[in-house]
Ligand binder design. Sequence first.
Ligand code: 4NP
Length: 155
Amino acid sequence: MRSILFICLGNICRSPTAEGLMLNHLVAAGLSHATRVDSAGIGGWHAGDPPDPRAIAAARKKGVDLTPLRARQVRKTDFSDFELIVGMDRQNVADLRRLAPAGSTARIGLCLEEALGLPSEVPDPYYEDEQAFDAVFDLCDRAVRAFVEQVRAGN
Ligand code: 4NP
C-alpha cells in the first residue's frame, strides 16, 4: 500500500489523529518516503481549521504533534489519487461510496476492518469527554501500526 486517506465526518478529531500517528510511525520505521498519507472530512464545515484542541491534547500526551494539520473536505480526485480510503465509521464509508465518481480506483473500507480485520468503528468523540479522545487515539494507533506493517510488507 503506497497511499492512504483517512476520513471522518469533520476532519478535526479522528482522521487527523490517524494521519498524525501514521506520519510518526512511518518516519520511525524509515518508510515515510514510500507512502502518501492525508486525511479529509465528509463535511467541509471545519475546512482550514487545525484539529480539535482535545484531539491535539490526547495526541500530545503520547508524543504526537497534530498542530500542523489542517482540515479539508474530501474531493472527487481523492478517489483516484489514493490507493486506500478508510472511513472511521460505517456512515463515513456509506458516504464515501455515495461520493465516489464513476471509474474511481481507490479501495474504500472501514478503518479497523482494513487494518486489523475487526468489524468495528472508531466512534465519534466530538460530543464526548477526554476519555473518548484517548480511546480514539488508542484505536487509531492500533490501526496505524497495522497499516505501517502493510506498507513494510509491500501489500
Ligand atoms: P470527527 O469529529 O468526524 O472525528 O472530526 C467531528 C467533528 C466535528 C463535528 C462532528 C464530528 N461537527 O459536527 O462539527
